[in-house]
Ligand binder design. Structure first.
Ligand code: ZN
Length: 500
């Protein structure tokens, strides 16, 4: 057997172990009875350890070396060259962090989760502060172990958005801040222009589910290779490109949670389902980064799902389903209601207009904490003054401020920017899709989503992880990461809705 085949076979074992662990995780969040928790934690730990040991073994390094020599003359975008390149990248990341540090991070973050949850409940940051200091100390050690040239944050960011640099994120956020902060302030002056009642009516759950399933099926989420279940925190998971599952949650008096949650997760799932079948079972299947993944989910959720054209098609069926609630509400009123902007303190509830300012704040805080420019004890004040500067609001307590997100307690530093990178990319890809296939908006109005999905499949999905995010964006759009497509979209849409 040639070397590349040996490497493939070795890595396939790792992929299968990871997918088996993911299936146990899916079951844990969707169906497992409460009592199964302790045994499940053991099972998950064993599978994860076996996958990690197999992947970081010397054998992987040797196979990689041999395979690299074998593929050195193959084209850059051949499946074989890509497999070696991506496996080498993952192998370097996984082997650079000493086992003792991995274990210490796991130990501290599992304690930190409980301390954080309690501190949030009590609205007292001071109770969480010692843990947060410990976590940022571990993150500095992790960054040192991973290595970086320029900024410490580069090493952490690279784990979620390969090859992205802190300076690039700063460049786009600086540009964003200049344009978005005044725009948000102008919209906030006119919040009463939109009637939000249509989204808060009494929406029977069974009908919400039926409508949501009808929508995601029509968008192109393949239910022969996927399914939707309920979970407390919505997520997408997969055990193959041919078994990609999503979850959602329902609220009776707030319809957007389930519907836009389903569309969002279906966006992630269609990306996973769209990997070329040639990549199935290899580490090249699936999304190339968290940012590109988020570009897909946010494209479907916001640019498509919250558009007028989308509702021209779907609103009559929703009205028919809920005649008492929506019979006398016209489509235009409904369209404005699902796009309402609010002075939200909470990132996960934020609308399209304010969302990225919440992310920018976290990115700035993480950098300052990591580089020691901000002391942990001063972090709540820094948080609150940034909220005031960017959004004109100050959290009344730490639970609605610095304690709201789970990420830091889990040791996920460097993760937040991917939410915004995804938003910016979604509009860059969208503009290019419209240039290539001008009929897309008219197709959407007719309920035909296959032209858009086909374009995404062709240009983005099929490649899986073969191209790094910046390469992919360059190939697709001919440009590097830009915020202008996003700003154009946002200003046009919301100036109209709020009469600016
Ligand atoms: Zn997402």
């Amino acid at each position: 057997m040639d070397k590349i085949q040996q490497l493939k076979k070795h890595l396939a074992d790792v992929v299968h172990l990871q997918h088996a662990a993911a299936l146990l995780g899916w079951d844990q969040q969707c169906y497992m009875p409460h009592g199964g928790g302790a045994a499940r934690a053991e099972q998950l730990a064993v599978l994860s350890r076996l996958a990690h040991e197999k992947f970081t073994a010397d054998k992987t390094g040797k196979l990689l070396q041999a395979a690299a020599a074998e593929v050195k003359d193959r084209p850059y975008d051949s499946d074989e060259a890509a497999l070696v390149r991506v496996a080498q990248h993952d192998y370097d990341l996984a082997t650079r962090i000493p086992t003792a540090l991995v274990e210490e991070i796991a130990r501290v973050t599992s304690q930190a989760h409980e301390v954080w949850a309690k501190a949030r409940q009590d609205k007292r940051f001071a109770d969480f502060a010692p843990m947060l200091e410990r976590i940022f100390d571990l993150m500095r050690q992790q960054a040192q172990a991973l290595g970086y040239k320029d900024r410490m944050y580069d090493a952490l960011l690279d784990q979620y958005e390969p090859n992205m640099k802190t300076a690039d994120v700063e460049r786009v956020f600086t540009e964003l801040r200049g344009e978005l902060v005044p725009f948000v302030a102008a919209v906030f002056e006119r919040l009463d222009k939109v009637d939000t009642r249509p989204v808060h009516l009494d929406y029977e759950l069974a009908k919400q589910e039926k409508f949501g399933m009808m929508v995601i099926k029509k968008l192109g989420y393949d239910l022969n290779r996927g399914r939707q279940d309920r979970a407390v925190h919505p997520f997408t998971t997969n055990f193959s490109t041919n078994d990609v599952r999503i979850t959602t949650r329902y609220m009776k008096n707030y319809m957007p949670t389930a519907l836009f949650g389903s569309i969002h997760e279906a966006g992630h799932a269609m990306y996973e389902q769209g990997s070329s079948q040639a990549l199935e079972g290899t580490i090249l299947a699936g999304g190339t980064s968290l940012g590109v993944h988020e570009s897909q989910s946010r494209l479907w959720e916001n640019v498509v799902g919250r558009s007028r054209g989308f509702w021209k098609h779907f609103y009559p069926s929703l009205q028919k389903m809920y005649p008492k609630q929506l019979g006398s509400i016209d489509m235009e009123t409904f369209y404005r209601a699902i796009n309402f902007v609010s002075r939200s303190l909470i990132r996960v509830e934020a609308d399209e207009v304010t969302y990225n300012l919440h992310v920018m704040l976290r990115f700035e805080m993480e950098n300052a904490l990591l580089e020691g420019k901000l002391a942990v004890k001063d972090a709540p004040d820094a948080w609150n003054s940034k909220m005031q500067a960017y959004l004109g609001i100050t959290p009344p307590n730490d639970a609605e401020g610095i304690l709201q997100d789970v990420h830091w307690s889990s040791g996920l530093v460097g993760y937040f920017p991917t939410y915004s990178l995804g938003t910016f990319l979604s509009l860059q890809y969208w503009e290019k899709a419209l240039k290539d296939v001008p009929s897309i908006p008219a197709d959407i109005e007719k309920g035909n989503f296959s032209t858009l999905l086909g374009w995404l499949n062709q240009n983005i999905h099929q490649h899986g992880r073969k191209y790094w995010p910046a390469e992919l964006t360059q190939r697709v759009t001919g440009e590097s990461l830009q915020i202008q497509p996003f700003m154009r979209y946002l200003k046009a849409k919301y100036s109209e809705i709020y009469g600016l």
